[in-house]
Design a protein around this ligand. Structure first.
Ligand code: 3JN
Length: 344
């Protein structure tokens, strides 16, 4: 397939708009583009390649004739429309959690497990943003020296929640600086000048669903069911860019130098690590870029086989839209757009 007919479901959301930007910037081989969203957004016009394109309602009838559909409209819409689209012969790359842990749905980070795309049956899941940036860095290290345990604490930007949260941080920041009271709407507490150790819903085991996504998705993507993993996910008053403090225990000792040598060759990774000049990844600088940045690589003072590092990426790009577009590019270049049984 040379050029694809593409649809974006959830085109008006933050990730939807990033899909458009990413397709344009990467010169994605598109024969046509359909912008789809909920009824609320019908009639809105978005700029694509310098031209206005009208948003249409995403319905079960939207999909015949489409080759690849990029979904980011929430798990409920994905659960409803993705199987219908797949049945119409479309390959769905879904950015929600709806299908990530379904055994016959590949969960893919192209730098880590591109070969899993091959066995798709019409739906491919895009992982959670915090998972993607972590496995891009940890997988090459794991191949050299198998990882036994990971402890990760995240510092997640408000854009991960959506545009209402971006507006809430803006409004509250202004209110605090003007000495006014804030009223939280999106989050349970004020997010401006604060940090909240709560992302997604709490579960009975004391973890949140976001924390559990990191655990399960990492094991599935890395094909490493035995890795022990514990996460604390924290929302911070940052607009774009998720950061992570990651503590890793390997099978054997690994020096920071060896890790840097491996990561210098790793696809999608950029090392920023020079404490002498305060060089380390920062979300502010990562915003708008495609790489996963890693720095502060050091021995874990609490474990002979351990390393500690700091990983940062743009949550809307590599954490969402870019990863999905890379999956689509990989499908096209390997001629895996149609499901396996439909290929000769
Ligand atoms: O909060 C973040 O930084 C990432 C949010 C992800 C998210 C938010 C609501 C629903 C997801 C996700 O992608 O895992 C979902 C979901 O699809 O369940």
């Amino acid at each position: 397939m040379k050029e694809c007919k593409v649809a974006i479901v959830g085109a008006t959301g933050l990730v939807g708009q990033e899909f458009i930007k990413t397709l344009e910037q990467r010169n994605f081989p598109m024969a046509s583009l359909k912008l789809l969203a909920s009824e609320r957004s019908v009639g809105k016009k978005l700029l694509v390649g310098g031209q206005e394109l009208e948003v249409k309602e995403a319905t079960p009838e939207s999909f015949p004739g489409v080759d690849i559909a990029l979904f980011s409209a929430g798990a409920e819409i994905s659960r409803h429309l993705s199987p219908i689209a797949a049945k119409a012969g479309v390959v769905v790359v879904d950015n929600s959690a709806a299908f990530r842990m379904v055994p016959n749905v590949p969960l893919v980070v192209p730098e880590v497990n591109p070969e899993d795309i091959e066995w798709h049956r019409g739906i491919i899941a895009n992982p959670n943003c915090s998972t993607i940036q972590m496995v891009v860095v940890l997988h090459p290290l794991h191949k050299a020296n198998p990882i036994k345990r990971i402890v990760v604490d995240t510092y997640q930007a408000v854009s991960g929640t959506g545009s209402a949260a971006v507006d809430e941080l803006t409004t509250q920041t202004r209110q605090v600086l003007n000495g006014q009271n804030t009223i939280p709407h999106v989050y349970p507490h004020q997010i401006a000048f604060n940090v909240l150790p709560e992302i997604d819903v709490f579960w009975d085991n004391g973890y949140t669903r976001e924390e559990w996504k990191l655990v399960e998705e990492t094991r599935k993507i890395m094909h490493a069911a035995d890795i022990a993993l514990s996460a604390t996910c924290v929302r911070v008053p940052v607009f774009t860019g998720h950061s992570e403090a990651v503590h890793v225990e390997f099978t054997r000792p690994m020096s920071p130098d060896e890790a840097e040598r491996i990561l210098a060759e790793a696809p999608g990774v950029k090392i920023l690590d020079d404490p002498a000049i305060s060089l380390y990844p920062q979300p502010w600088a990562a915003a708008g870029t495609d790489e996963v940045f890693v720095g502060r690589i050091r021995r874990d003072a609490s474990h002979a086989n351990g390393l500690v590092m700091w990983i940062v990426a743009d949550n809307l790009r590599k954490g969402a839209a870019l990863n999905a577009v890379q999956i689509a590019e990989e499908m096209i270049s390997r001629d895996w757009v149609r499901p396996k049984e439909a290929r000769k």
